[in-house]
Structure formats: structure tokens, C-alpha cells
Design a protein around this ligand. Sequence first.
Ligand SMILES: O=C(O)c1cccc(C(=O)CC[C@H]2O[C@@H](n3cnc4c(=O)[nH]cnc43)[C@H](O)[C@@H]2O)c1
Length: 213
Amino acid sequence: MRVLVMTAVEVEREAVRRGLNGDSRFDVKLAGVGPIAAAVHTATVLAAADYDLVVSAGIGGGFVGQAEVGSLVVANEIIAADLGVQTLEGFSSLDEMGFGSTRVQVSSNLAARLTDAMHTAGLQVHIGPVITVSTATGTAATASELAARVPGAAAEAMEGYGVASAAHSRGIPVLEIRAISNAVGPRDRDAWRIGDALKALEAASSVIVEVLV
Ligand SMILES: O=C(O)c1cccc(C(=O)CC[C@H]2O[C@@H](n3cnc4c(=O)[nH]cnc43)[C@H](O)[C@@H]2O)c1
């Protein structure tokens, strides 16, 4: 099995590579930050080589009560949570407008196996919806709105839906894994635990090798 892992930034790529320990069946490439860069870069890589699985991986925000800082989230669904229109009655998604889908299904069997293996390896891991946003949440009001829009949302990041859309358009299964660096809510950059999240991402990546090949 050949696996493409897309991370937004270099420190995430290095963490994933450390965990993969030089396994030649994996390529780890940069997606850039945000869903558009992620879709474009993933599509470019997929046009040049064949892969059996694509993984969007990196740090992310955890929804309070669902995924705490330092834990891991494996997506059971990847959802573009801010893709739609703001009406006087509230937010209406692209799906509700009849213009397409804001959801990409993951390989549920692989997601479940990966979650189980991470748990067995002693990692703190949750499985649940991971939302993709173009604007990282910075207020309690937005966090509540998103949690209501996507019941059970476990994590928020900025690339999953872009990576997943590129993979889905080629019929390639996709996964998303987020290591939680901060809580979704009022912006407090000093409280971000990026080092801890990168360690969790590295540990998760070493489990990926056992499960996915
Ligand atoms: O300084 C900030 O406030 C800030 C806000 C959002 C993202 C960043 C980054 O450093 C970009 C890297 C990466 O971070 C992921 N990420 C991490 N936590 C969150 C979050 O709570 N909401 C959305 N994205 C998050 C994201 O996938 C970026 O690729 C800095």
C-alpha cells in the first residue's frame, strides 16, 4: 500500500516523518495552510503519482468536552463547516443550498482500526467529526455555533476538507488525524501546546505504520 500524508506546515511534516521512521511506503508532503492550498497541493501530488490512501494530518483545535489538549482525534467524517451562506435566519450549508456537499466520508474501517491501535498503544484518542474552517475559531460564540452546526464535532483544523476533496475526486480513500494543540474557543495563542501536540502526532504516526501497511 502506498500512502500519501499531507501536513500543512514543515514542523508537522517533521513530526510525522519521525513517527514513520523512514518507511518507504509513505510520502509526506506539504499542503499549505487552509483548505484551498491543501486541495491544490494534494491534487498536484495525486496527478503525478499513484496512492492507495491519502491522510490529512496535523495539529488542530479540540472541542471542549470532546477532545482535550494533547489528545488525538481520528475523523469519522470530514466536514467543511463554514462553506455556505449566512442568511437572516442563520447559516445555510452548501448541501442545504443544493450546490454540492460539505462532507467527505472517510474510510470508516481504517479509521476504526487506527483508533483501536492508538488506544492499545496507550495514546489518548477520540473518533468523531473533524471540521475544516477557512477562519480558525477565536470566540466562544463561534465555537458554540460550530458545535451546534456539527453535533459531536471533535476537532477543528483548516486543511482536511481540501485534502479529502482532492483524494475523493480520484476515488482514493482518505483519513484525517489531528493532534490537539488548543481548545476551540476564545483565542489565546499563549496557551497553545504545539510541542505536546507534535509529540502526539509523532506517536500517532508510528501507529499508522503498524495499521496501514
Ligand atoms: O496564531 C493563531 O491564532 C493561529 C490560528 C490558526 C492557525 C494557526 C497556525 O499556526 C496554522 C497551522 C495549523 O494549525 C491548525 N490548527 C491548530 N489549531 C487550530 C484551531 O483551533 N482551528 C483551526 N486550525 C487549527 C490548522 O490546521 C493550521 O494548518 C495559528
